[in-house]
Design a protein around this ligand. Structure first.
Ligand SMILES: Cc1cc2nc3c(=O)[nH]c(=O)nc-3n(C[C@H](O)[C@H](O)[C@H](O)COP(=O)(O)O)c2cc1C
Length: 146
């Protein structure tokens, strides 16, 4: 099954999990970046508020065509109990009718507070969540070293 892992990372831990998954599944991988560069401060303010409001922030064009994949796996960090804003931007690009797998990386390993709303967002896009998984990371907040 042709699979793509599409993810956003700020600190690098979601990147590690996305690369692990893509390697295991032989999937293509696509890192999403926001148009506006964030630092640690702007990830907390306004990033956390954008996350809580499920706001989609502008992202750069994806490096792959999501229509070409039968299986889409999307991942991102948890900010203020909600997926980081770039997640919402990815969801808007999902071709309706796709089955979607979600993984959320967080310090707590618990995104249950926003899980129903995240699933609802994806179903409003005309897609179906077939799996949802929390990944507990031990990454202290900080920006990825490029
Ligand atoms: C702005 C911000 C808000 C965060 N809020 C939460 C939170 O509400 N719950 C939690 O468990 N971890 C929270 N974290 C920790 C991250 O979810 C965790 O470090 C995650 O692994 C980061 O992924 P990344 O390295 O791919 O960016 C937050 C981190 C940042 C930067």
């Amino acid at each position: 099954m042709k699979t793509a892992v599409v993810y956003y990372t700020f600190g690098g831990s979601t990147k590690r999990e996305a690369e692990r998954l893509a390697g295991e599944l032989g999937a293509d991988i696509c890192r999403v970046s926001e148009v506006k560069n964030r630092n640690l401060l702007t990830s907390f303010i306004p990033g956390s508020f954008q996350a809580m409001k499920q706001k989609a922030t502008p992202i750069r064009p994806l490096s792959l065509d999501l229509l070409a994949y039968e299986r889409l796996i999307i991942g991102c960090p948890l900010w203020a109990n909600y997926p980081a804003p770039a997640f919402n931007s990815i969801v808007k690009l999902l071709p309706p009718g796709k089955e979607v797998e979600v993984f959320i990386c967080s310090g707590s390993g618990d995104s249950s507070k926003s899980e129903p709303k995240t699933k609802e967002l994806i179903s409003r896009q005309g897609c179906r969540v077939v799996s949802y998984r929390d990944v507990k990371t031990n990454t202290p907040p900080g920006k990825i070293k490029e």
